[in-house]
Design a protein around this ligand. Sequence first.
Ligand code: FES
Ligand code: ZN
Ligand code: ZN
Length: 299
Amino acid sequence: MKCKICKEKAIIKLKRHNIKLCKEHFNDFFLKQVDRAIKEYKMFKKEDKIMVCVSGGKDSLVLWYVLKKLGYNSVGMYINLGISEYSENSKKKVIEFAKRFDLQYKIVDLVELGYPIPKVAKESRRAECSVCGIIKRYYFNKVAFDEGFDVVATGHNLDDEASRLLGNILHWNEEYLKKQLPVLPAEGNMLKKKVKPLIRLTEKEIASYAFLNRIDYIIDECPLSEGATSLVYKDALNLIEENIVGTKQFFYFQYVKKLLKEIKQSQSEKRYLKKCKICGMESFHDICSFCRLVKDEKQ
Ligand code: FES
Ligand code: ZN
Ligand code: ZN
């Protein structure tokens, strides 16, 4: 197996691009894919202050690493979710990684704040993953606003987005479907722009990149996400992809194209933001989802 570019020994075969690459050219390919996503969807510019949401997993650490390599100004933001050993180990990975590559980071500690996920989920009688989503989103928005970041970047990849799209279509979640874009614009003054620079790369490509560049990440998945339906959709898409190469990419990006066209055409009705009556963050409700969650818990 030879690299398509230099004819040296190839180490990876990228079926959906129909190429084989050596280590050096795979690294180049990877950076180009990220750079292309950033520019194509106008994610951010060199002068922007980027907050990267890091969990200690491969996607977010690779994203952080690549943004530095591409010369962007980014700061990591880690939330200690208070999920036993998993949180302890992931925090360790983030700190070690930041030290090794001389990167700046911030930590929000939900245990110190009194909102560890298992506790809030139990007291509000809601599913852990949904509680986790609300709380994470809240603090990502809050820290980005409080610290004056221009944009919030997450490590979502093609598999994440394509499987989410499949799940949302299967359940016709129209509200969510409207948000399945690589870039979500800022809303109001407090909710910053959200971007997904790894959107053109698959989970396997990201894992290969992490391995080749010796990026040490937490391999364990969050113990609370076991049995998550998203994994079923990922498996289903992988099965299709194996038989019909390129389906995943076509499925997601054709949808994005269609959605962006619709947004442009529609005289998009403006949604007006209010300020949460309890904490003052901007929200589409009188009381934001976070305060409703935490308030319910205390009742
Ligand atoms: Fe949020 Fe596991 S990471 S519930
Ligand atoms: Zn090569
Ligand atoms: Zn609030």
